[in-house]
Design a binder for this molecule. Structure first.
Ligand SMILES: [Zn+2]
Length: 161
């Protein structure tokens, strides 16, 4: 028997003023597009903004549905938009933020398990890590170098071959 340890490094910033300009702008976009979310049931409005390797900026927001499981997260809306509008162009970085009238929005948000799986699919497909910038409307910002760090032992296409 051998024991193994899983760990990864990430960066913590006190607020977005400590970020590099490009990262701060992307997070600002993620914060701003939360207003385009359709979240009448949870009032939890999530915004994602991504920059592609060619510099193109795209965004996504959560879209809820009266039939709750039909709703889709901002991150996967963004992934679909990127693949449809800019086919074949990998995403370099995605910033995710949220807003709500009911909860405080001063701490980082993190992608749900399904979105982690979807992000890893993109990383695998393009052999390119996706950096994640995670924050609320204000306060601490986390930067994670690759989505795969968030889902150890992820199921990938390797098992299907
Ligand atoms: Zn999600």
């Amino acid at each position: 028997m051998k024991e193994h340890k899983f760990e990864f490094q990430y960066e913590i910033y006190n607020d977005s003023s400590e970020l590099k300009k490009e990262d701060a702008e992307l997070l600002g976009k993620a914060r701003a597009v939360t207003k385009y979310a359709y979240a009448p049931y949870s009032d939890f409005r999530v915004g994602a903004a991504g920059i592609l390797v060619n510099g193109e900026i795209i965004s996504g927001t959560n879209q809820e549905n009266a039939s709750f499981p039909v709703g889709i997260c901002a991150e996967r809306v963004l992934l679909g938009a990127a693949a449809s509008m800019h086919p074949g162009i990998p995403i370099k970085t995605i910033a995710v933020s949220y807003d709500s009238d009911n909860v405080s929005t001063d701490h980082p948000i993190s992608p749900c398990g399904m979105c982690r799986q979807a992000l890893i699919e993109q990383e695998t497909r393009f052999h390119q890590p996706i950096r994640l910038i995670l924050s609320g409307q204000q306060g601490k910002v986390l930067i994670i170098r690759s989505a795969v760090s968030l889902l150890p032992f992820a199921f990938t296409g390797d098992e299907l071959e």
